[in-house]
Design a protein around this ligand. Structure first.
Ligand code: SAH
Ligand code: SF4
Length: 345
């Protein structure tokens, strides 16, 4: 709690310095890429913070065609990204589950099993997780959003699709299915305290999580939480708190993968570079074609998608060079923690 809230400049700098040193020691001076494919903005859920929630009828709903997904995956493979992430609104119908399993197998086949596949497709049952794992995906990110049950209930509708216990059960099932399991929280939610955030970090540790993806909460006008805007920390403060969460997580957890989330960049053009300097080691350039990505607005001010993900990566490479960091081209960049955990169990 002290590290998350200290106003001492000296302590703040020492926190980032230490976190970056721990990153270099345990994960090297490497940043791994995951080409981000936003597969569909169709969602059965109604999370109160999210711009693509089911009830928002200002959204043009889309699902990428199989061929489009395969083309993007092949592009990521040819360009040596090493991995992709497939993210989507939550769907649990059979058609979707089967079609994603088919896509995963095809991508594995066509890239000769060499392209890493992370999924972020919400809460599913164990059988579905197992199906997708067996098809060839190997990492999964499911944020618990907050470990405070009280806050969780405030930011979700009270119905069977949004149960606190189910979120945690799903994380356990991901691990059972064999996935490298990632979670995370939103930072700077209205009413969230420093104590809540410290509890989140302790949860990551006690659950022995392999990967973390967390970032600032950013309001969206077409959501029930838009009215809470005035209760938020200022954007610069939310970014700072997010960077401190990353730094503290890195120092506590050492060998896990930590993503420099897109939402960081929504608050500061340099947000993701700052996240790397605070201990993050994964970067997800968005590959979703522009015509679709414009309708995948989870929050306002999501960085505009460029025509060419390669452009983003080249720019990143230039920035990293100046910091003495390299991109882990062609590598999966798996969570070292996962292997340490599995070997020790
Ligand atoms: N449907 C899946 C994956 C897509 S949403 C799921 O919910 O797990 C991915 C993440 O976007 C969510 O976990 C949430 O943490 C984040 N998100 C949604 N709305 C947001 C907002 N307004 N500000 C910041 N992050 C948001
Ligand atoms: Fe759907 Fe995920 Fe948005 Fe919730 S956060 S409404 S599950 S896309």
């Amino acid at each position: 709690m002290h590290l998350l809230s200290t106003r001492e400049e000296k302590e703040k700098h020492a926190l980032y310095r230490k976190a970056y040193q721990v990153k270099k020691e345990h994960c090297g001076n490497v940043v791994y890429l995951r080409g981000l494919i936003e597969l569909s903005n169709i969602c059965r859920k109604d999370c109160n913070y999210c711009g693509i929630r089911k009830s928002n009828d200002h959204v043009d709903r889309y699902t990428l065609k199989d061929d489009e997904v395969i083309d993007l995956a092949m592009m990521a493979w040819r360009r040596d990204f090493g991995s992709i992430v497939i993210q989507t609104g939550e769907r649990t119908d059979k058609v979707f589950i089967e079609s994603l399993a088919g896509l995963i197998s095809k991508i594995r086949e066509q890239t000769e099993g060499t392209l890493g596949i992370t999924l972020s497709c919400g809460e599913q049952d164990l059988e579905t997780y197992q199906k997708w794992f067996d098809a060839g995906a190997h990492r999964y990110l499911l944020r618990v959003e907050t470990t405070s049950e009280e806050l969780f209930r405030k930011i979700h509708p009270d119905n069977e699709f949004h149960r606190y216990e189910d979120r945690f059960k799903a994380l356990e099932n991901l691990r059972k299915a064999g996935f490298q399991t990632g979670t995370g929280v939103m930072i700077g939610l209205p009413g969230q305290t420093v104590e809540d955030l410290a509890d989140d970090l302790l949860f990551f540790k006690s659950f022995d999580i392999d990967m973390i993806g967390m970032g600032p909460y950013i309001p969206h006008d077409d959501t029930p939480m838009a009215g809470w805007k005035t209760r938020l920390l200022k954007p610069a403060e939310r970014l700072e708190l997010s960077l401190r969460m990353i730094a503290t997580a890195r120092i506590m957890l050492k060998d896990v993968n930590i993503a420099a989330s897109t939402a960081m960049q929504a608050l500061d053009p340099d947000g993701r570079i700052k996240a790397i300097l605070a201990g993050a080691n994964v970067y997800m350039p968005n590959m979703t074609p522009k015509i679709y990505a414009e309708n995948y607005n989870l929050y306002e001010g999501k960085p505009a998608v460029r025509d060419n993900a390669m452009e983003i990566v080249r720019e990143l490479e230039g920035r990293l060079k100046g910091l003495g960091e390299v991109i882990g081209y062609g590598k999966w960049g798996d969570s070292k923690h996962f292997f340490n955990r599995v070997i020790n169990s």
